[in-house]
Design a binder for this molecule. Sequence first.
Ligand code: NAD
Length: 248
Amino acid sequence: MIEKINQAAKSIKNAKKVSVFTGAGISVESGIPPFRGPDGLWSRYDPKSLDLNFYLSNPKQSWKVIKEIFYDFFGQAKPNKAHTILAEMEAQGYISAIITQNIDNLHQKAGSKNIIEFHGNSQRFVCPTCSTQFGVHQIQINDSPPICFECKNILKPDFIFFGEDIPVAAFDKSIEIANTTDLMIIIGSTGEVIPACNIPFLAKQNGALIIEINPSSSNFTNAITDSFLQGKATEIMENLSKQISKNT
Ligand code: NAD
């Protein structure tokens, strides 16, 4: 494995434009479980709470689940080593952008700057009626769904619910990155969520080298991955960053 990590470190240093594509797996070691799998959130909660039409017609019922997962639970989480190393690598000029499917705000907390929030962010709210946005600190999180200060209708967290489109700016920026990156690092994603999973495929199609970090194989591994660094995000990222600084 160390030889593979060493080779990956060299490729990262030689690449002109390195991008990163992250999924729920990078936040598992911060205590946030993924949605899928035996310990995943969907084994405990009903995903229909995150269906937009269901939320709008049953806000109280949905909000109970949303509050518990995304505010009582995610709110306590802190960035782990994998998040902080990515932020350091960006500051050192090795990484140009992170496209994240995550909505937990942990890349932002770790200090990464160029983050494309493909599925939005739980730390903002938006009004489906008048489109006004609010930061989580402006909102009183309690047992009732939050209300828009402007039009008094129900707010929703500013992340994608089932049945919603990807934010246009994030989608366009991700396509641009996939068209221009020459190395993409995929961390902790099953590659099962459409259309996010198409981004690494597009990067590969445009000639990018694909490095993947995950304890288990994914939909990417046998299809597009050039170097599979099998293991937990924190362990692999710590070894990778050591090799990068050794090779300077
Ligand atoms: P997923 O839930 O489908 O899969 C998680 C992946 O992470 C799996 O491949 C698993 O093997 C891997 N993994 C588990 N532990 C890991 C570790 N320590 N290090 C590295 N990888 C590890 O995740 P997904 O592909 O991102 O899709 C889920 C969707 O749900 C996303 O679109 C995302 O928006 C959302 N989601 C977000 C969060 C979050 O914001 N933290 C949490 C759950 C789900």
